[in-house]
Design a binder for this molecule. Structure first.
Ligand code: ZN
Ligand code: ZN
Length: 147
């Protein structure tokens, strides 16, 4: 996910759009049996402004996992927006660094992605979960313990 800002400058432009797709590492997701379903998509626009580079856009992904309450398979889909500044010269808490005219979005995208993954995913808002006595899926049946 590297964008060559010098090339952009040489071509006389100060803006470009970008699109990346990549296979993210599923092993760092803490949800049960979690795996990215398909590739993570990154779409955005990069703008040059003085010595800074601004990027904004969105990260789209889907994770197949289990409902935290009833353990049914679910696919969690999410879109995360980003709007960040990169600089070669300036330091700052909210500023990402880049070198030699190459803006690498990987670190920023990874951070946003990880922060956006929830601790729990439910198959539906009112999932009834499993019976603590017999393990029956209470969305599907009513066991003797709940009557
Ligand atoms: Zn559920
Ligand atoms: Zn039961």
């Amino acid at each position: 996910m590297v964008i060559d800002v010098r090339k952009l400058k040489y071509s006389g432009k100060d803006e470009c759009s970008f699109h990346f797709e990549y296979d993210a590492d599923s092993s760092v997701i803490t949800l049960p049996d979690a795996e990215y379903s398909g590739k993570v998509q990154v779409n955005g626009t990069l703008t040059l402004s003085g010595k800074s580079v601004f990027v904004y856009g969105e990260i789209k992904y889907a994770i197949s996992t289990l409902c935290t309450r009833c353990l049914t398979g679910v696919v969690f889909q999410n879109v995360v927006e980003f709007d960040e500044e990169y600089s070669e010269t300036e330091d700052g808490e909210d500023i990402y660094k880049f070198k030699k005219g190459l803006v690498d979005l990987s670190e920023m995208v990874d951070e946003k992605l990880m922060l956006s993954i929830p601790y729990a995913v439910y198959c539906k808002d009112d999932c009834k979960g499993l019976c603590s006595e017999c393990g029956a899926n209470l969305n599907q049946i009513q066991c003797e313990h709940t009557k």
